[in-house]
Design a protein around this ligand. Structure first.
Ligand code: ASP
Ligand code: MG
Length: 412
């Protein structure tokens, strides 16, 4: 008998029929003797609909009122799910975030969880009840309703699992696990049985959208075993867990992540003197533009080309700033390209294997793909390339690092 915290996302509770299907699933778990705390999202599309209503009234509504508004979506699903459970003879109780209570800071629309009271949930579990909690929401120290940022129900699930010391936090969604890469790009992508928190964090921050990044961070910090599974079909899903030191043979690369929404900018011919990097990037960060990769190297003439990448949406803003900065610094000019993409290989096995990066570069060279920028971390190598080569690059790397599903290999 285990204690599971299960989170069902928007599509999993997207209609009355789907909610009934979730209730059937929960009934099976109860019959197996498991204790359940269930976190639900709003019905799919509902949060967007609510935000749409607000925007018809005000372009920038007060964040406190926004939270009162968008938190209603989850309140609907907790009640409906409890009704569906009651209909099946299963006793259950629904709670909003403030009832539980999930205490957060006061940063409306992106609040962080500070503390969770478990006593009420424990009492229900002991009385044999399923506890159903509204995801995405909490309450601050003054009793104001807060929300945790889009996709925040994942974080609610993980936080509850940590607070209750649950055996596993299971995230039920519309995919059956975490894949080696996006199956829409590579047919032979396969579901991973296991991946480490660190790898999942890299995959998530690099654009794989299965889980909210904060939820993964949280799970890693509190070592909550996290499993991603489909609510539409049975299967083992993917377990996200700590690195297994015992495992003799670790895959060198677990996955290939990519991001299309990138742009790069170069300030050309900057004098190579102290303070230049800060004078270039200072105004960029002051304008709230997030910088990703940075490359700088000194040429023989004692000037440097200073290149960095940003989100494509910030390209125009960053370019305008650089034009001004370049003039101030006496640089030669500013160049930019907003048709680039980033492709990354991710794997903890990289730590103990030499030559991973050169294998990557070799595979790209064989396809005639030019690498424009490179950055590395302990468990990741990222390259920037022209967007038109993105799919080709991902496919080439997927097969180079032996990630293709076995069936696909025998087909080709
Ligand atoms: N309903 C919220 C959203 O759509 C939270 C969630 O689904 O995780 O972002
Ligand atoms: Mg979601």
């Amino acid at each position: 008998m285990a204690l599971y915290v299960q989170k069902y996302g928007g599509t999993s509770v997207g209609s009355v029929e789907r909610i009934e299907a979730v209730a059937d699933k929960l009934k099976t778990f109860r019959e197996q003797g498991h204790d359940l705390v269930v976190v639900v999202s709003a019905m799919s599309g509902e949060t967007n609909r609510l935000i749409g209503l607000a925007s018809q009234i005000q372009a920038q509504p007060n964040p406190r009122e926004m939270d009162v508004l968008v938190s209603t979506g989850e309140q609907v699903t907790i009640a409906l799910l409890c009704m569906a459970l009651d209909k099946r003879g299963i006793s259950a109780r629904s709670y909003t975030g403030s009832q539980v209570k999930i205490l957060t800071d006061s940063v409306h629309t992106k609040a962080r969880i500070r503390d969770i009271e478990v006593s009420r949930m424990r009492e229900d579990l002991e009385a044999g009840r399923v506890v159903v909690v509204a995801g995405f929401q909490g309450v601050d120290g003054h009793g104001n309703i807060t929300t945790l940022g889009r996709g925040g129900s994942d974080t609610t699930g993980v936080a509850l699992a940590a607070a209750l010391k649950a055996d596993e936090c299971q995230i039920y969604t519309d995919v059956d696990g975490v894949y080696t890469t996006d199956p829409r790009v590579v047919d032979s992508a396969r579901r991973l049985d296991k991946i480490t928190f660190e790898e999942m964090l890299e995959m998530a921050s690099l654009g794989s959208k299965v889980l909210q990044i904060r939820a993964v961070e949280f799970a890693g910090k509190y070592k909550v075993p996290l499993r991603v599974l489909s609510s539409f079909e049975d299967g083992p899903g993917t377990l996200i867990t700590i690195e297994d030191d015992e495992a003799v043979e670790k895959p060198v690369i677990s996955g290939i992540a990519f991001n299309r929404d990138e742009a790069k900018l170069t300030v050309q011919g900057v004098p190579d003197i102290p303070g230049v990097a800060s004078r270039i990037l200072g105004p960029i960060s002051a304008a709230n533009v997030e910088v990703d990769m940075i490359v700088q190297n000194v040429a023989a003439d004692q000037t440097t080309d200073f290149t960095f990448s940003v989100h494509r949406n910030d390209f125009d803003k960053a370019e305008a700033i650089l034009q001004r900065v370049a003039a101030e610094l006496g640089a030669r000019g500013v160049a930019g390209d907003n048709k680039i993409a980033k492709v990354s290989i991710v794997g903890v096995g990289m730590r103990s294997h030499a030559g991973v990066a050169s294998k990557m570069f070799d595979a790209l060279a064989k396809e005639g793909i030019n690498i424009q920028m490179i950055s590395t971390s302990e468990i990741k190598v990222s390259v920037v390339l022209a967007e038109k080569y993105l799919e080709l690059a991902v496919r080439a790397l997927h097969s180079e690092f032996d990630l293709d599903a076995p069936e696909a290999v025998s087909e080709s």
